[in-house]
Design a protein around this ligand. Structure first.
Ligand SMILES: [Ca+2]
Length: 333
């Protein structure tokens, strides 16, 4: 009796895991000088692949791929590592005030759960505040049929540490600009904002509209450590959501850094080879699937793109059901 209760519990947990697998995860990761030299380290590339393969959409920052070879390699690695999904990427041009130091924003996404429906390089020519950014936001709109929100806009930003306060405030103008341009309220701002420790003084926060506007919710809370080094604890990486609707369609309390050092049992040194930042991530609510106990699935999903996912969850569910049944038989014999 006891073992059958345990079995039931583990079965329910497995079902929950299957359903959990259909979460929709948005991530932002500062890869710390991602380019040619990193691609030569296979352990580092493997860890990067594992991290990025957790996300439906992953913003990469500090992509310094001057030879334009690192990103294709990363995508090839992702597609052979995780064959359940197909990954593609959309990238900005190389951005920066000097020729010698430039970075790209890259969004890696699963083509089976997400479509890019718009992209826009912010021109940074706002009258009275020309050249506010050194890495102007590369704004992308995504359509994700399995999420409740359906379509949303991501504004990325990797601030320049010494100019954090000004750039964060100017991001508010980018937000207003995009809301008007694309006629949407569903906007998320994310990335390595350097929004803590020495780069964003407490006394200056009241001047940053991105912080003071009550329509914005900062999901990664202050005092959360997004840095790998054990000697630092700063909340540099952030996810900020605009608008009541979008806030409602976020899974409560799901925003957090992903501590890949602990998760993948790396030493600090090994983790630092990957990056000096943890990725930050958040789950968007997905359209619920109904899984009745007769083994038949009826999913409240629409559109042919979902067929594969439905089939996968359905088969996983059935296999689990059959497996649990066998184990149960063995235990009760
Ligand atoms: Ca600029």
């Amino acid at each position: 009796m006891r073992s059958s209760s345990l079995l039931l519990l583990s079965f329910l947990a497995s079902v929950a895991a299957v359903r959990g697998a259909s979460d929709f995860r948005v991530c932002a990761f500062n890869l710390h000088h991602f380019g040619d030299s990193k691609t030569k380290k296979s352990a580092v590339m493997h860890t990067l692949t594992r991290i990025i393969a957790r996300c439906d959409v992953c913003l990469l920052q500090e992509v310094r791929d001057s030879k334009a070879t690192a990103l294709p390699q990363l995508l090839t690695g992702l597609n052979s590592y995780d064959t359940e999904h197909k990954y593609d990427a959309v990238a900005s041009v190389r951005l920066g005030r000097s020729e010698s130091y430039q970075e790209q924003y890259v969004f890696v996404y699963r083509t089976d759960t997400v479509t890019v429906t718009g992209q826009y390089q912010y021109p940074d020519d706002r009258p009275g505040d020309v050249d506010a950014f050194s890495r102007e936001p590369f704004v992308v709109r995504f359509k994700a049929p399995k999420t409740v929100i359906k379509e949303f806009v991501l504004i990325p930003q990797h601030t320049t540490p010494v100019n954090t306060t000004r750039e964060l405030d100017a991001l508010y103008d980018v937000l207003q600009h995009m809301k008007k341009l694309w006629k949407t309220q569903n906007v998320m701002l994310l990335g390595d904002f350097n929004a803590d420790c020495g780069y964003l003084a407490k006394k200056n926060r009241k001047y940053v509209r991105l912080i003071t506007d009550t329509e914005l919710v900062w999901l990664i809370e202050d005092k959360t450590d997004t840095t790998v080094r054990s000697t630092t604890s700063c909340t540099y990486d952030r996810i900020v959501v605009h608008g009541e609707t979008f806030v409602r369609e976020i899974v409560p309390l799901s925003a957090k850094p992903f501590n890949f050092q602990t998760e993948y049992r790396l030493t600090e040194e090994q983790a630092l080879e990957v990056s000096d930042h943890y990725p930050v991530e958040v789950l968007l609510k997905v359209i619920k699937s109904k899984v009745p106990f007769n083994g038949a699935t009826s999913l409240a999903l629409t559109g042919t793109e979902e067929t594969t996912n439905q089939f996968t969850s359905h088969s996983k569910f059935l296999s689990l059901f059959v497996l649990s049944h066998y184990v149960f038989q063995m235990l009760t014999w």
